[in-house]
Design a protein around this ligand. Sequence first.
Ligand code: PFF
Length: 445
Amino acid sequence: MATGNSSNRGQWGSNTGFILAAAGSAIGLGNIWRFPYVVGENGGGAFLLIYLLCILLLGLPVMLAELTIGRYSRKNPVGAFESIRPRSRWKIVGFLGVITGICILSYYSVVAGYTLGYIGKTLAGNKDSYQSFSSNPLLAFSLFITFIVLTVLVVQGGIKNGIERCSKILMPILFFLMLILIIRSITLDGAGKGLVFYLKPDFSKVTGHTFLAAMGQAFFSLSLGMGCMITYGSYLPKDSNLLLNGVSVAAFDTLIALMAGFMIFPALFAAGMDPKAGPSLVFEVLPKIFSLMPGGNIVGASFFLLLSIAALTSTISLLEVATAYFVDERGWLRKKSVWFIALIVLLLGIPSALSQGIVPWLNNLPLVHIDFLGFMDWIFGNIMLAVGALFLAIFIAWIWKTNTAINEIKKGCPKFKYVSPIFSILLKFFCPAIILLLIVFLIIN
Ligand code: PFF
């Protein structure tokens, strides 16, 4: 990948390189850690259906919009808004994206650190609970810091030769390992109840909150609403097919999330556990599956290794957004930018790292009654992404104008003319109206 220098920003090595990197950004803890617990908290099957609708009707148009403005402007999110509407307030939306990325990175790296720790824990056959693991301050901090440093080293060095090459081999392995785990999970005694929970919609459990959570999960999982796809799109050549790229990334991402559900829920019900366990869900359920497999330690450790890599390709993209801003707009050196952002992320992440059993009041915040990490995730991983997507949709549809976007997309995909009316309606009316409605619902509640 390009190193993002404003005078010589470069481009992706190839279109496959872009799809891998963008899918690498999209596929991460959001699919395997977050998706199952959000499904669990929101009642299963009905949530799943609403989630798929959100991907199709909100995620895809916003994905296409981000890629388009990125490729057109060849800039980071702040620069992209600035280049289309110079000296207007629109660049604030870009700033919000940069800040949201930094905040997501702060708690995301804490969880990513746990996956790193679980490699060793599983390999050693250590049966300690998630609670005792996450409440060890020394362990939590060293894993958290290690993960940030790993991210910094990759982003600092450029991505093309490291991550692009690794993803090509490792992503398919993750996929096959998940297939094996799914087979083990659905063949456990009592797995059927899990499949029913996951696949049979129970609409009595649907509330406004379900829609909000589904929309937030769709944006989070597809890496939308904070300019990540603007930044990645900015390194695409002019003749690339944005429609095909966007659809491929969304399809891969959704496939992996759906697979994670098939891996988790049957085993969860077979073990008689609570689907509402929240963020600790995956760390509690997966070791149960591994313990029931021959060579479970090795399978488990490999799984957590691949999950760590999937998380790394996402943290790289989170860091890349802020880095591209400092490099493009402030003229900072790439190296100085990444270490400066890493320091902020580290400080911001401290309360999240302490909130999983180390400091009791951070584990149960006054007023909201959730832990600090969950709170950060709710604010930045849900609401701020939705706000970002809302402004982006309004900007592209009404300020830049949908027709300009459509012409830009047609440059690499003449056939886009067949679907452009649907794109136009979704981006102009449907996306802003639905996102706004859900945000207003949230404020009222
Ligand atoms: N999409 C990533 C995941 O599902 O784990 C998380 C993420 C990455 C969100 C990049 C937002 C973003 F810009």
